[in-house]
Design a protein around this ligand. Structure first.
Ligand SMILES: [Zn+2]
Length: 88
C-alpha cells in the first residue's frame, strides 16, 4: 500500500494540480521562454464529435523556429493561432 506523504511531494515535482491546465495551455516554447518564434504547423478548432455529444477540444501543433523544438497539445476553445485564416 502506498501512503502519499504531502511533505514528500513538496520536495520533488511541482504539484499535479497544474497538470490539467497544461493540457490546454497556450503554445509556448519552454526552451526559449517565448511564443514569439513559434511556427504553427496545424490547428484543429474545437468541434463536436461525430456522435454529436462530446466537445473535442481544439488542438495545435507547432515548432519553434529558433531552437527547433516541436510541440503539440490541446488549447483553450477561444484560442487560435495569430494570423490564422480560414478556408471558406
Ligand atoms: Zn524555442
Amino acid at each position: 500500500m502506498t501512503i502519499i506523504n504531502p511533505d514528500h511531494r513538496s520536495t520533488g515535482l511541482p504539484s499535479t494540480g497544474g497538470l490539467a491546465e497544461r493540457d490546454s495551455a497556450l503554445p509556448w516554447c519552454e526552451r526559449c521562454s517565448t511564443d514569439e518564434f513559434l511556427i504553427y504547423e496545424d490547428f484543429v478548432p474545437a468541434r463536436v464529435s461525430s456522435e454529436g455529444r462530446d466537445l473535442i477540444p481544439a488542438s495545435v501543433s507547432y515548432s519553434c523556429s529558433v531552437c527547433g523544438s516541436f510541440n503539440g497539445h490541446q488549447v483553450p476553445p477561444m484560442w487560435s493561432p495569430p494570423h490564422w485564416f480560414w478556408y471558406s
